[in-house]
Write a protein that binds this ligand. Structure first.
Ligand code: 5AD
Ligand code: SF4
Ligand code: FES
Length: 362
């Protein structure tokens, strides 16, 4: 059957049927997919892997996504917010170690004070690094005005995962109320683009009730919305969440892992010049998960810079790696891993999505 796969891989545009077939590849067939994706990556984005130092700023969240370990309803989660000094210290570490950018990630919150605090942090990171550090935000759905204020303060990329592009499934994984509205999330992606951010999105892979057709649609969604960056990874169950009740219906973790790897490879073939992250959730299943992602198409890695004392508390899912390590250990560990995967590190570069630069020019 490898001829069928070869034929699909020769096509200019993949149809939904082609994508579904690629997602169903067996062990022999998937090697062809991975080889093709590796070639496309080499040709269009090269060997360089860019760092985004990740600061998990706070696990406070006003939402209640049914899959997430830090949902507001999880009373067992011990809540924290990293102090301003600690954020700046982490950013300084990133800057001094020539990471091109930092990412500030947190649960979804609003409120004047909060918006102002983030705005100030963004400005201070810019100032401290003499404008050199790129800043990515991953702080959930906000108003257009808030997006604009943070943009003007100096953030230039924003990550907002659609989580699952099928609205019916979206409703199954979220409470039925207006703070968890599919259309509003979609609208947010438009607003971010309008304000001028490089826009990132992503999905979870291997959720209960999700089919390979749904996953093919997720990839087509990214293409249709002309997304600049993607971070996606396997869904991993968390005991203290409502979705844990469906754990018996999940595919084995290793299958979720390989399905995620195929998603990365197919996306690289479909969207040749975007930035794709090797996500931490990949490593939660396979200790070599991120290296494997890099080999088949990913070009972004997010070394964890969250101060060690908070790491245990940012537990979105079980078996999250790097919770016992500190910034220095993660840096060393990742360097070795990227070299093993045949990559080079783009030290001191922003590593913006080439797709974004082209989109801006046209
Ligand atoms: N498994 C995998 N990923 C998860 N996320 C949240 N909960 C889980 C889980 N149980 C992801 C979501 C969110 C990102 C910050 O973490 O996609 O956007
Ligand atoms: Fe909050 Fe994000 Fe978790 Fe949803 S996935 S509960 S918005 S941190
Ligand atoms: Fe954190 Fe390897 S990247 S310990």
């Amino acid at each position: 059957m490898t001829q069928v796969i070869q034929n699909i891989l020769q096509k200019q545009n993949l149809s939904k049927k082609d994508i579904v077939r690629l997602l169903h590849t067996d062990e022999t067939e998937r090697k062809l997919l991975f080889e093709r994706a590796a070639k496309v990556k080499e040709e269009y984005v090269g060997k360089k892997v860019f760092y985004r130092g990740l600061v998990e700023y706070s696990n406070l969240c006003g939402k209640n996504c049914l899959y997430c370990g830090i949902r507001a309803g999880n009373k067992k989660a011990h809540r924290y917010e990293v102090t301003e000094e600690e954020v700046l210290e982490a950013a300084r570490y990133a800057w001094e170690n020539k990471f091109g950018s930092v990412v500030l990630q947190a649960g979804e919150r609003s409120g004047k004070d909060y918006v102002r605090r983030i705005e100030r942090l963004v400005r201070e990171i810019k100032k401290m690094s003499q404008g050199e550090l790129g800043i990515t935000l991953s702080l959930g759905e906000q108003s257009e005005e808030t997006y604009r204020r943070w943009f003007e303060a100096g953030a230039h990329r924003y990550l907002l995962r659609i989580e699952v592009s099928n609205p019916e499934l979206y409703h199954r994984y979220h409470p039925q109320n207006k703070t968890h509205d599919y259309q509003a999330r979609l609208q947010s992606l438009y607003l971010l683009r309008k304000v001028g951010y490089q826009v990132g999105t992503g999905v979870m892979i291997g959720l209960p009730f999700q089919t390979t057709e749904d996953l093919a649609d997720d990839l087509l969604f990214m293409k249709e919305h002309d997304i600049d960056m993607v971070g996606m990874g396997p869904y991993i169950e968390h005991e203290d969440t409502p979705m844990y009740q469906y754990r018996d219906q999940l595919m084995p973790r290793m299958d979720r892992f390989y399905l995620s790897l195929k998603m990365v490879a197919i996306l690289r073939i479909m969207m040749k010049d975007i930035n794709i992250a090797a996500t931490t959730a990949m490593q939660a299943i396979d200790p070599m998960g991120r290296e494997k992602s890099i080999k088949v198409g990913a070009n972004i890695i997010m070394p964890n810079l969250t101060p060690s004392r908070y790491r245990e508390d940012y537990l979105l899912y079980e078996d999250k790696p790097c919770t016992d390590e500190d910034a220095e250990e993660c840096k060393r560990c990742l360097e070795a891993r990227i070299h093993m995967a045949g990559g080079e590190i783009g030290y001191g570069e922003w590593g913006d999505s080439k797709h974004f630069s082209r989109r801006k020019k046209s």
